[in-house]
Design a protein. Structure first.
Length: 367
């Protein structure tokens, strides 16, 4: 058993070192004179608390107005979301209503795509904040004709509290790992709150065939692009590309979100994504095993200590530059204690994802 644990640790160390190299290799491209037509697509359901802020964030974008459109898709909202959208004073904004019997983010994007006039599609979420140069910066990467998809940086709004801080730390670690994988040309992950792609490639590659997964509009498209094209995915390592989203405020909402994220892994066909997911899982299972073993026998103490120390060291190596990029160095102090907590947490989430339904946007989705 000890040999198996050491092999798992060795493979994990190699994986994170690879992501660290990839993070360093990613470069900012800055804004450019490349100004194609762009469609920003955002699906909304019962977002009355977010709509006014969202509209102000979109309105401040610095990009030629004749080359930019916003398509906001109302997914059967039962609050005042639709009314607020229809009263918007933004000239280049269109509101699309989902037809009866059709719902969900994937279908909302597909609906908007039929009406989009942009060569480049940007997608995000209703609770997000953007810099004024968000559109301009993300689009600049497409000046390289080989680029088909751009994954953008996402973090959480800065809020007080240990729960929200640890949640943000985990979120940033996922973004950093996904960016690192892109940097070594082996993309595994991106976040739909900040991604861009060519409309033509979406129509060619992505028909949302993984409909059994409630979410996954982001990662399944990423995998399709990766499968067909070489060196066609970029990470926007630029401060102007950073999108901020809301951290989940309650434990129940947090568990629901993580179960939803986990649910789409059953649709993965990309080997690197499957490998990374299982390796991270088994690494954390090993840490839990060693900790519990140490509680019962001192014989596990030195193995547990070595495992914990090496895992912390390589995680710190990756997270230090990532947290610096996001200007969240205040979270650095939580990495060491977070290691053990995260190990138990990730095992719990995986177990729950196989046994429980989850709620998203007021709808219950069963496993």
């Amino acid at each position: 058993m000890q040999i198996i644990v050491l092999v798992i640790l060795f493979l994990y160390l190699l994986l994170i070192l690879k992501y660290w190299i990839g993070w360093i290799k990613n470069k900012a491209t800055g804004v450019s004179d490349f100004l194609p037509k762009v469609s920003v697509i955002i699906a909304l359901r019962n977002e009355q608390k977010q709509v006014i802020h969202l509209l102000s964030e979109l309105k401040k974008q610095v990009y030629p107005i004749d080359k930019l459109e916003f398509i906001l898709v109302n997914d059967h909202s039962t609050d005042s979301t639709l009314e607020l959208l229809e009263n918007s004073a933004i000239d280049n904004l269109r509101v699309v209503n989902m037809p009866d019997g059709i719902f969900g983010k994937k279908n909302a994007i597909a609906k908007a795509m039929k009406q989009a006039k942009g060569e480049i599609i940007l997608s995000s979420d209703a609770d997000c904040s953007f810099t004024a140069l968000w559109v301009h910066t993300m689009v600049a990467y497409f000046a390289n004709k080989n680029i088909k998809l751009v994954s953008g940086p996402v973090s959480c709004h800065k809020q007080k509290g240990i729960f929200l801080g640890l949640q943000t730390l985990e979120f940033i670690s996922l973004i950093g790992s996904g960016a690192g994988a892109i940097g070594v040309n082996n993309a595994i992950f991106c976040n739909g709150a900040n991604m861009a792609y060519r409309k033509a490639d979406f129509l060619e590659l992505n028909n949302f065939e993984n409909d059994e997964a409630v979410s996954g509009d982001d990662v399944f498209l990423l995998h399709s692009v990766k499968e067909k094209y070489k060196d066609a995915i970029a990470f926007a390592k630029d401060e102007n590309a950073i999108v901020l989203t809301d951290a989940v405020q309650t434990a129940k909402g947090f568990i629901n979100q993580r179960k939803r994220w986990t649910s789409k892994t059953s649709g993965y066909k990309d080997f690197a994504s499957i490998y990374a997911s299982f390796l991270v899982l088994f690494t954390n299972i090993s840490l839990v095993f060693l900790f519990v073993g140490y509680l019962y026998s001192d014989a596990y103490f030195y193995l547990f200590l070595m495992f914990y120390a090496l895992k912390f060291a390589v995680d710190f190596l990756l997270l230090f530059p990532v947290l610096s990029f996001f200007k969240r160095m205040d979270l650095l102090k939580w990495i060491f204690p977070f290691e053990l907590f995260y190990a138990f947490y990730i095992v719990l989430i995986v177990v729950l994802s196989f046994t429980k339904s989850f709620e998203w946007k007021g709808r219950i989705h069963k496993k």
